[in-house]
Design a protein around this ligand. Sequence first.
Ligand code: GTP
Ligand code: MG
Length: 204
Amino acid sequence: MIVNTARFVVSNTDYNKCPTEMRHEYAFIGRSNVGKSSLINMLTGHSGLAMTSATPGKTMLINHFLINDSWYIVDLPGYGYARRSKADRDRLEGIIKSYILGREQMTNLFVLIDSRHKPQKIDLEFMEWLGENGVPFSIVFTKMDKQSPTAGAKQTAEYCAQLLESWEELPPVFYTSSEDGRGRDALLNYIEEMNRLPLLDSEQ
Ligand code: GTP
Ligand code: MG
């Protein structure tokens, strides 16, 4: 898929105030600093679209970006930033979880995992919560440029193997770098395929 246009539309804390049209929507989530905003900029080819920062905790709102005047990318706040107060963390968790459970238009959630890290409890618990709630999601390994191809392949294979110890099957998995553009075509093609599907499933 070619991204011709990408524009910021609105930021919200309450998913009820998000755009009301029924368009396919893909949200990006993961720990603070995992590279959500950078990945969105890489996918859209607009380096300043989503705000990025070397300091964790930059994104605090639900941010909607309209792509090709037809579908949305959503940048969500990161979870688990330890240096935030408990009250702030709880508030952000509330924003994130009510968006995920309440947003009918959300076709798929991309869960970002730093490709250098071993499985962390907070991510495993979050993905378990998604599974329990029937939320469609994919795994996106980020920052693949930060290690050698061999180390990256080994680290991510070990991550997936550990998931398969408790899961029957893996969701789709993507390998990306916002630095060198790795994984861009695979992700955009996947989104393009989902854009062709009817927006709501038969239960609705
Ligand atoms: P919050 O909004 O704070 O939750 O963070 P985020 O997940 O949106 O992360 P962000 O995109 O702001 O990136 C955090 C830091 O990681 C920045 O310094 C980025 O430049 C860096 N970074 C993100 N993706 C990559 C990548 O693929 N490769 C490299 N080398 N650095 C990256
Ligand atoms: Mg961000």
